[in-house]
Ligand binder design. Sequence first.
Ligand SMILES: [Zn+2]
Length: 511
Amino acid sequence: MSANNWFKRLSHPNLEPVSIEGVDQTLSIKYYVLFAQVSGEPAICLSETYLAESLGFLSKYTLELPIYLLDQESFDRLYNRYLEIRTDTELSRLGGTDDPMAEVAEEEEGFSLAEFLRNKADLLSSEESAPIIRFVNALFYQAIKKGASDIHIEPHEHKGEVRFRIDGALVRYVDLDLRIINLVVSRIKVISNLDIAEKRKTQDGRTQVNIARRTLDIRVSILPTYYGERVVMRILMESESIPHLQELGFDHELIGELAGLLEHSHGIVLVTGPTGSGKSTTLHSFLQQVASPQKNVITVEDPVEYKADNINQVQAKADVGLGFAAALRSILRQDPDVIMIGEIRDGETAAIAIQSALTGHLVFSTLHTNTATGAITRLVDMGVERFLVSSSLLGVLAQRLVRKLCDHCKIEDELAETYEEIYGFTRGTKIYKAVGCPACSHTGYKGRRAIGELFIPDDEMVTLFKETIEEHSIRDLAVRKGMRTLQSQLAKLVADGTTSMDEAIRIGIKG
Ligand SMILES: [Zn+2]
């Protein structure tokens, strides 16, 4: 006789969970031990599939309750009811006042998370999986409220995790049961028109969600990993949220110089920096600055990160023959005034970009170099003639985003002597370091600001290009003529307590 025959069997698809005093519900769910009213009395409900685990858990308790063995369907339904209730509890916790941001956001936006969750109009649909739908909506809502750019959902061996990318760094948001993670992933697939049944291939999709009277475009990427599917959702910014030139965080002098560059009717302006340094935000800010009903503005981007309705945006797709160079050739037949190229990655794109700048177009693009002056060398390395570079280039901006220390928790730090020398600090400079508190999600930093070095070639430099394109010769001359380097600005931010030495080192700028 097998152990299964010791228990009464029950088939009942509409059981309701009950809580039992002294039993940790989270733990009991983990071991698939569920409790429900059966014939008017609380009972233990188990599944044959997880019997060994469940009995192991039960052996720690002395519960005088009848035990039923449910058929798989009844068990799954009861289990889902538990998860729904758990999700609701999670949600009310998420919307609770332990979140220091909650009150501010409610005042500003005139509604609370709880109200939002009750408001059917904001829900995408109201099927029977409503709690998961609400949970996914709440994720988007929380991400927007916290200023996140991406939402990461990832399964691990025993649990799953949701993290937000805020100010460039990932911040843990909530841990979830793997079963909930799977439901959440399915929900995300549904709203982005992806294949729910396909769990072994990567999938890419897009969706729109309506949150707080705003329509957000979301780019979805799904990658199968060892423990399940990992989802990253990028929240695309709308044109209203593209910062104005003055709001990028550069100092006034630099903003003035940039505004001057953007008044040209033709020529090329380049922005350089590593991934995540804010290059596309800056380019879109440039575009908004020059866009007008009298101008045809066209971009080719990969990916499109901001959505603006006053410009024409083309998504580059190399796999269907629409790489940057091919897209650019098509764009030129569209009679553009201003062209933005997401990135110059190869000689062909570089050649067309420079050619366009020389034939009456204002061109903006990015290059993957560390310094402003390094862009010249890179273009020449890509095969562009020196004289074409010098006659088309209006300016190069090298930029970085620096995390600002949280004012609530930063504390004084000691300045190592070696840094005094490298960064040229005066002795006794007061500097600060990150600690972490609820106001900054325990990261020690809150918000970012941009720093930039702007290289504008003048006649003397154009003459120099004819002799050499060696970067440090160009750089020496530029610095001599007053170019403010990233290094010097970074040191200034450390010295005035805006950021920490650790952050300055992370950004990794050397002289
Ligand atoms: Zn803090």
